[in-house]
Design a protein around this ligand. Structure first.
Ligand code: EPZ
Length: 426
């Protein structure tokens, strides 16, 4: 069984008490990427032998996915920050209690279908940021020859054998690209995914599967070719650093008018965030696997449109909206990826930000003097944005439902306090 080392896991209604007007100074080291680790843990199910994943971030989403693969029969054992994964799938229907905890649970459908020929999993519900359909995932499995049906809110996917196919994605969905890669890895013949997602996490997943003997090429481009193999073997693998965690600290540094070096990053993955910070008047310097960020002058307003990679990441939208609330002038930001990712706006407004929402666009008036107060996190990135706002604000803030933040930021309180923040967990 896996050792869940997080002592807070699964607890609800956690709070962070934050004293504001803190400048962040110093350096932090970024953990492995949540959005690389989750599909990689799912893809480990494809192997017939032992898999070891190193430098696993201690975050709740990773604990949930680990429990999920345990639940279908796979043994896992934590050894420091590595996870040893062994064994075969014994159950084709994971527990609903676990599946409903995170949307990324849906990523196990591809590997279980490929390995076991039958899988039944609850359709993921929508969440705070949108309806989040899975039609492109299912379209991919059907194209590979799976029989897809629905039963009391579950999806049932069946296939005696998956056969390689040509799949065109109507939208470059990250999850759909990942799920189809995993299903196609053990299919008979060759699969092409066109209009595939380009995210770095797709490349990492492909490198991981190839390290087990898979034959995937073109990841990171919009056409990915997967040549199915009979079986996948043992491997040890360390995922890429978390570009969204890195970007969050970069924005927090600029927002607090501090000076921070973010270590263990791949600067290439942060081009869009660095460019926008520079446009807004911050200083950004890339050095090998570190990025230095500081700000001395005023924040200048900017225009932003979130886009699939390599565009400005939707997962950084709430954080940069917070930062732009103090710009000298109005910024306009449109959210093209999710239909409802402005839940943080009403909380920022209560802290004194002047932000108007019009459909998928927000007009951030700027020149706000943020004041600390009680605010509520609604999702992971909104929670991170409220933490940045609390650091910028005058006085004390309490961030309620801060367990949302623990889902994707390893030791964020410890890392922030090391930079000079004053945050207490309660
Ligand atoms: C991944 O979610 C990330 N999660 C998200 O990060 C991230 O915001 C998102 O990609 C976009 O970059 C993980 O990797 C675990 P999508 P995913 O499929 O795969 C539509 C975070 O904060 N769509 O690319 O669910 C969908 O409705 C999280 O770390 C369909 O229409 O994202 C959305 O509008 C939040 N049909 C758009 O595509 C489908 O079948 C992007 O979704 C699938 C998606």
């Amino acid at each position: 069984m896996s050792v869940i080392t997080k002592n807070k896991r699964g607890e609800e209604n956690l709070e962070l008490v934050v004293n504001g007007k803190r400048r962040l100074n110093g350096e932090i080291t970024v953990s492995s990427a949540k959005n690389a680790v989750l599909p990689i843990l799912a893809a480990a199910l494809l192997s017939s032998e032992q898999v070891i994943i190193h430098r696993l971030p201690q975050i709740d989403d990773v604990s949930v996915i680990t429990e999920l693969i345990n639940n279908i029969g796979i043994q896992t054992r934590a050894q420091g920050d590595s996870l040893i994964i062994n064994g075969d799938i014994k159950k084709y229907k994971p527990s609903y209690e676990l599946v409903k905890r995170i949307r990324a649970s849906f990523l196990i459908i591809g590997p279980v279908l490929a390995k076991n020929g039958l899988v039944r999993i609850a359709l993921p519900g929508g969440c705070a940021i949108g309806s989040r359909p899975v039609d492109l995932h299912l379209k991919g499995f059907a194209a590979l020859g799976a029989d897809i049906s629905f039963n009391k809110g579950d999806v049932v996917a069946k296939a005696d054998k998956l056969i390689g196919s040509h799949i065109y994605l109507d939208y470059p969905s990250v999850g759909a690209t990942e799920n189809i890669i995993m299903a196609a890895a053990l299919a008979e013949g060759t699969t092409y995914i066109e209009n595939a997602a380009l995210e770095p996490e797709i490349i990492d997943l492909s490198n991981f599967i190839n390290s087990m003997g898979g034959k995937i090429c073109g990841a990171g481009s919009n056409v990915i070719k997967i040549t199915g193999v009979k079986e996948l073997k043992k491997t040890e693998y360390a995922p890429i650093p978390d570009r969204i965690e890195a970007g969050t600290y970069m924005i927090a540094a600029a927002a607090s008018k501090g000076e921070v070096t973010v270590k263990n990053v791949i600067p290439e993955h942060l081009k869009a965030v660095s460019a926008k910070l520079i446009e807004s008047g911050a200083e950004v310097e890339e050095k090998n696997n570190e990025i230095y960020v500081c700000r001395h002058g005023d924040v200048r307003p900017v225009y932003i449109k979130t886009l699939p990679y390599p565009g400005f990441p939707t997962d950084m939208q709430a954080q940069i909206t917070t930062y732009l609330s103090i710009a000298k002038g109005s910024s306009i930001l449109s959210e093209s990826v999710f239909e409802n990712r402005f839940m943080h706006v009403q909380e920022l407004t209560r802290m004194g930000a002047d932000i108007r929402t019009e459909g998928r666009t927000v007009i951030i008036k700027g020149s706000a003097e943020l004041t600390g107060t009680d605010v509520y996190a609604t999702d992971l990135r909104a929670g991170a944005a409220l933490l940045i706002a609390a650091l910028m604000a005058k006085g004390k803030s309490v961030i309620h439902k801060s367990e949302h933040i623990d889902r994707g930021y390893e030791n964020i309180v410890e890392k922030m306090n090391k930079l000079g923040a004053e945050i207490k967990e309660r």
